[in-house]
Design a protein. Structure first.
Length: 268
């Protein structure tokens, strides 16, 4: 009888251990699921933040932004200080120029900056409205003296953003137009020239960005118009990027200040 009681107690202890192990396994699975959900949410929020900041709104830099990996504190600045200052109010125009200005042609642009010259090829054949606007603004001196006000250095967003004469990130030419030539996969290889915009797909204006490293931006919501590529002066971009940002984060004003002095555009 005693042996039977001992066996019964042993069975109960074994069953209890099994239940305890099963409970621990269930807790581990639940915790892993929660962690996975949190990671997914953080990735989505990060993508939304990158998208929101790209459109040139006044959304502040996230407190979760990580220190810039490219910051070179104390290193000599290879870029001379800009001689021009941002303007209080950008020039304003009633409407965008007709896309026929650039349509069907490839153009070359020479962008003279305070840190060196950047050569661009403009896709008038693929993005005629965007290129027509860029030509119009360049020829009217809209960009002269305007700073490149934003630098990002996160793994999927490596861009230098320019085109706002006020330097605030909110300036534009007074008109807007729609997106065109948007990459379906959201890929913007190094050296890509594309338009920044507001939340609406018809809010392209004057602000543009150049990628100094492989960049991915969501095409959902309209995406961003690619209208050219860098043909000369990638070293200018990498010099600016190597200096990091003024706030030491992965998104902010470039520590190595750079301004556009002039842009000349010619058809091929």
């Amino acid at each position: 009888m005693t042996k039977e009681r001992d066996r019964a107690r042993a069975k109960r202890r074994y069953a209890k251990r099994e239940l305890s192990a099963a409970a621990r396994a269930a807790r581990r699975r639940r915790n892993q699921a929660i962690i996975g959900t949190v990671v997914t949410v953080l990735v989505v929020v990060g993508g939304v933040l990158a998208l929101t900041r790209m459109v040139g709104t006044s959304v502040p830099v996230s407190a979760a932004s990580t220190p810039s990996a490219t910051t070179s504190a104390g290193a000599p600045n290879p870029c001379p200080a800009p001689t021009s200052a941002p303007v209080a109010t950008a020039k304003s125009y009633a409407k965008a120029p007709a896309k026929t200005l650039a349509q069907g042609k490839v153009w070359d642009a020479k962008v003279t900056t305070s840190c060196g010259t950047i050569g661009l090829e403009l896709y008038g054949d693929k993005a005629p409205q965007t290129v027509s606007s860029f030509i119009f603004l360049s020829r009217n001196g809209f960009y002269a003296g305007s700073p490149c006000h934003r630098l990002t250095s996160s793994p999927a967003l490596k861009v230098l953003q320019c085109g706002d004469p006020t330097g605030s990130g909110n300036g534009g030419p007074g008109y807007g137009y729609g997106v065109e030539n948007v990459p379906a996969d959201g890929a913007f290889p190094a050296g890509t020239l594309a338009m920044a915009r507001g939340s609406a797909t018809n809010s392209n204006g004057s602000q543009f960005f150049v990628t100094y490293g492989a960049t991915t931006l969501p095409s959902a919501g309209g995406g961003y118009s690619i209208f050219g590529k860098v043909t000369q002066g990638m070293d200018v971009l990498t010099k600016v990027a190597a200096g990091g940002t003024t706030n030491g984060q992965s998104d902010g004003a470039p520590a190595r200040a750079i301004s556009i002095e002039s842009i000349t555009v010619t058809p091929r």
